[in-house]
Write a protein that binds this ligand. Structure first.
Ligand SMILES: *Cc1c(COP(=O)(O)O)cnc(C)c1O
Length: 382
C-alpha cells in the first residue's frame, strides 16, 4: 500500500507547488465513485472538473483505448489518420460548425481561437467578461479576469473586460476595431453564472453590427453538461468559433476549436500546429465518449437530474442556487473551503470556486440516490 504521508512529502519536494490539493491519494475509479489508497470510497461531484462526464473508467472507453493503443498510438500530423477525420465530422454534426482544429487542452483551444481571430479579422482587440475564465497560458490568461491570476504575469495582451450579462456594457465596448468577443455561455470557474435568455443573442447582434467574431468558450459547458449537447442551444445563438475540451475525450487530454463560415477558411498551411493534437488514440477516446453520451442519453439525463439536484439543494436554503443541467453553483454564508474538507471526511468530493461558493459538477451518469447522499452530507455540514 502506498504511504500517503510519505508521498505528500515527496510531492512537495519534487513538483512545482502550483496546486492546492485535498488531503487524499486516489488510486481507482468507477462510475461516479473513486477510491483512495486505503480503500475508502468517495462520491465524486467534481468529476475531474467537469471532465469525467461518462463516469470513471467507463468500460466502453477502456476497451476502445486499449484496442487503439495496441494498434497505433501516435503518428504526427505529417500523415493522415482516420479517427481524426471521423471525430471532426462528428463534431461538425454536433456543433453546426464547418471545420475543426484539434489541440490538447482548453487553454490551447482559446489560443487557437485567438490566432484565428487575428487571421480572419486582422483586428487585435478582444472583449471578454468580468469573472471569465479562459485558461492560464499567456494568451488565454489575457482573457481570464481574476486579477490574482493575471497581474503577476503582465505585460499580457489583455481583453477589455465588461460585466457579464450586461448587454449595454457590451454594446459600449465593442467597436469596429474589436476582433472578437469571448464568452462562456455559462460561467463555470466563477461559480456557475447563467446569463439571461437574450444576453447571448444580443451579443451576436452587437458582433454582427461591428464585424467582430463571437466566440463561445464551451470548454466546461460542452458535451451535455448543461442539459444540451452544447450550452449555446439554450439560446439558439450561432457563434463563429466554439472552443471545446474538458469532457471531450472522457478524461484523456484533448481540446478542439471549431469555426464556421469564412473564419473556417482563414488558417493557411503553417499557421498553427501541434505535435500531439488529434492523434489516433485520443480521437478514438473522444469518439467512444460521444457514443456513450448518445447511447446512454446522458444529455437528457443531465437536464433531468440537474433539475432534481437544484431543487434538492434549494431545500437547504442557501443564499443562492444557480445552474443549468448538472452544472450547479450555490452560495453559502459559511466558509466553503472548510466545508469541502469536511465533506471529504464524509466520503464526498465537492469543489469550492470561492470562499462562499460551492460548485457541483458530477459525472452525468450519476444517480438520484447519489445526488440524495451528497445533498444530505452538505445539509449535515451546514
Ligand atoms: C477549464 C477551462 C478552460 C481551460 O482549460 P484547460 O484544459 O485547463 O487549459 C478554459 N475555459 C473554460 C470555460 C474552462 O472551464
Amino acid at each position: 500500500m502506498t504511504d500517503k504521508k510519505d508521498l505528500v512529502k515527496r510531492e512537495s519536494e519534487s513538483i512545482f507547488q502550483t496546486y492546492g490539493r485535498q488531503d487524499v491519494l486516489l488510486v481507482k475509479g468507477s462510475g461516479a465513485h473513486v477510491w483512495d489508497c486505503e480503500g475508502r470510497e468517495y462520491l465524486d461531484f467534481v468529476a475531474g472538473i467537469a471532465v469525467n462526464s461518462i463516469g470513471h473508467c467507463h468500460p466502453k472507453l477502456v476497451e476502445t483505448v486499449s484496442r487503439q493503443a495496441a494498434a497505433l498510438i501516435h503518428t504526427s500530423n505529417l500523415y493522415y489518420t482516420e479517427n481524426q477525420v471521423l471525430l471532426a465530422e462528428e463534431l461538425k454534426g454536433l456543433t453546426g460548425m464547418d471545420r475543426a482544429y484539434f489541440c490538447n487542452s482548453g487553454a490551447e483551444s482559446i489560443e487557437a481561437a485567438l490566432k484565428l481571430v487575428r487571421r480572419a479579422t486582422g483586428r487585435a482587440k478582444i472583449v471578454a467578461a468580468e469573472r471569465a475564465f479562459h485558461g492560464r497560458t499567456l494568451g488565454s490568461l489575457g482573457l481570464t479576469h481574476k486579477a490574482a491570476y493575471r497581474e503577476p504575469f503582465r505585460p499580457l495582451r489583455e481583453a477589455e473586460f465588461v460585466p457579464y450579462n450586461d448587454s449595454e456594457a457590451m454594446k459600449a465596448a465593442v467597436t469596429s476595431e474589436t476582433g472578437a468577443v469571448f464568452l462562456e455561455p455559462v460561467q463555470g470557474e466563477a461559480g456557475v453564472y447563467v446569463p439571461d435568455g437574450d444576453y447571448l443573442r444580443t451579443a451576436r447582434d452587437i458582433c454582427d453590427d461591428q464585424g467582430a467574431l463571437l466566440i463561445l468558450d464551451e470548454v466546461q459547458t460542452g458535451f451535455g453538461r448543461t442539459g444540451r449537447w452544447f450550452a449555446k442551444e439554450h439560446s439558439g445563438v450561432v457563434p463563429d468559433i466554439i472552443c471545446l475540451a474538458k469532457a471531450i475525450a472522457g478524461g484523456l487530454p484533448m481540446g478542439a476549436m471549431l469555426a464556421r463560415g469564412s473564419s473556417s477558411e482563414s488558417f493557411q498551411k503553417g499557421d498553427h500546429g501541434s505535435t500531439f493534437a488529434g492523434g489516433p488514440l485520443i480521437c478514438a477516446a473522444a469518439l467512444a465518449t460521444i457514443d456513450v453520451i448518445r447511447e446512454e442519453k446522458l444529455v437528457e439525463r443531465s437536464e433531468e437530474l440537474g433539475r432534481y439536484l437544484k431543487s434538492e439543494i434549494e431545500k437547504l436554503n442557501p443564499r443562492e442556487v444557480r445552474g443549468l443541467g448538472l452544472m450547479v453553483g450555490l452560495d453559502l454564508n459559511c466558509d466553503c473551503k472548510s466545508l469541502v474538507e469536511k465533506a471529504l471526511q464524509k466520503g464526498v468530493l465537492i469543489n469550492n470556486t470561492g470562499e462562499h461558493t460551492l460548485r457541483l459538477i458530477p459525472p452525468l451518469v450519476v444517480t438520484k440516490e447519489e445526488i440524495d447522499r451528497v445533498v444530505e452530507v452538505i445539509g449535515e455540514l451546514l
